[in-house]
Design a binder for this molecule. Sequence first.
Ligand code: PLP
Length: 366
Amino acid sequence: MMTTPYYLIDERKLLRNLKIIRRVRFLSGAKSLLALKCFATWAVFPLMRKYMDGTTSSSLFEARLGHEKFGGETHAYSVGYSREDVRAVSKFADKVIFNSISQLEAHCDLVKGLKLGLRVNPGFSYSHYDLADPARKYSRLGVINKAELMRASSLISGVMFHFNCENDDLENFSKNLGRISREYSSLLKKLEWVSLGGGLAFAKQGYPLEKFCKRLKQFSEEFGVQVYLEPGEAAITRCAELVTTVLDVVHNEIDIAIVDASIEAHMLDHLIYRTSPRISSPGQGKFKIMIAGRSCLAGDVFGQYCLNKKLKRGDIMRIADAAGYTMVKKNWFNGLSMPSIVVKRLNGTLEKVRSFGYKDYIASLS
Ligand SMILES: Cc1ncc(COP(=O)(O)O)c(C=O)c1O
């Protein structure tokens, strides 16, 4: 028995997504780079690297992790590089992607011989959340001015457009890709590669994968470019759980189960976006209960659920979809014990790949 709390990554479920990624590569020619901002648990990289082409990053450390632990192609993007960052990243990155023309011009002398790119803000996007909308008002993410982009085009070999967030609507994606094709056609014709970023829910059940691949291929052929995708969520969706134990059940008009984890510390995105995770076990039923975390934050609440049993102290509670934007964002708020990381390997064995203790907590402070 593993001690809770722990994140449990199931490699067989991961494999399901990875096979979809491989199929996209086969049918469309688009390469897929894992977006480390979403998932960087390198214990499963030996499996992932067989199906993906490399990694993309948002910082020097992520880029280095991608290079050292994943291998393949390393795309290094940052919203703001210092000269030291660029010097360091240039030692191992295959492509360095700048967020602005001023960053490109300030640092291109340090990255001679490397493939360079610029992030472009096309001015539109698909996102349900303002917080995650790269085209939001006053967005600092990417170059907007098309004339300046054309002027800088001699310095770059590719561009990155990230304009989706949890987009499962192929028609919308296709329409927006058409807009990009029209609005940037003279630039795209000069380039070798185009990254279409992440946020595409192509691993979702029922997603029209063949049509998606056809569309990507058409785009790639129209401009003679290598297309890249940067899946984060699509690579790891539905492959992990946060396994917790109920510590107490209190009552304040409703029953409230307190578990040995915290939404604030261990599944922060749900708190930020005001969403509730699914519970994978116990299953659904008629017993109403609120599931809450054990930090002292009043709003440390996973959600309200109807479960098939009345929860009591000692029960195991499994929270679904705990891979993306969880382990990369976990924190030491309240000094709560941090969930360990357990991998269920393809052969079914459980391997605890990391546990955290008091030493890690004090080492994170001084
Ligand atoms: C530039 C870029 N690429 C890739 C991703 C990964 O997106 P997702 O995890 O939604 O696929 C993001 C997410 O914010 C991003 O900003």
